[in-house]
Design a protein. Structure first.
Length: 115
């Protein structure tokens, strides 16, 4: 199982970024996917989830209305569109999949929101 995040970077407050997570090694279209983030000195927190068919999505209250999780099962990729970014969104962002035998994480992508 491999999860590879990309799309992070430096963005000004109020800006946007789209993160991608490319998955391989499992049946992506059968798996719910999750985005997490971990800010410096803080615990890793769940940001958003999406069901295997995209029928259900959930968000942390801190990002609801500004972040959108989506997926393309044909490309084995899950996305996180982040709009109206705030400095407190600065963190390493990870995607995660929970499978019957265990869980897998990507290596993370750094997002820095700063002027």
């Amino acid at each position: 199982v491999q999860l590879v995040e990309s799309g992070g970077g430096l963005v000004q407050p109020g800006g946007s970024l789209r993160l991608s997570c490319a998955a391989s090694g499992f049946t992506f279209s059968n798996a719910d996917m999750r985005w997490y983030r971990q800010a410096p000195g803080k615990e890793r927190e769940l940001v958003a989830t999406i069901s295997s068919t995209s029928s259900n999505t959930n968000y942390a209250s801190s990002v609801k209305g500004r972040f959108t999780i989506s997926r393309d099962n044909a490309k084995n990729t899950v996305y996180l569109q982040m709009n109206s970014l705030k400095p407190e969104a600065t963190a390493v962002y990870y995607c995660r999949v929970i499978l019957r035998w265990g869980t897998a994480w990507g290596q993370g992508t750094q997002v820095t929101v700063s002027s």
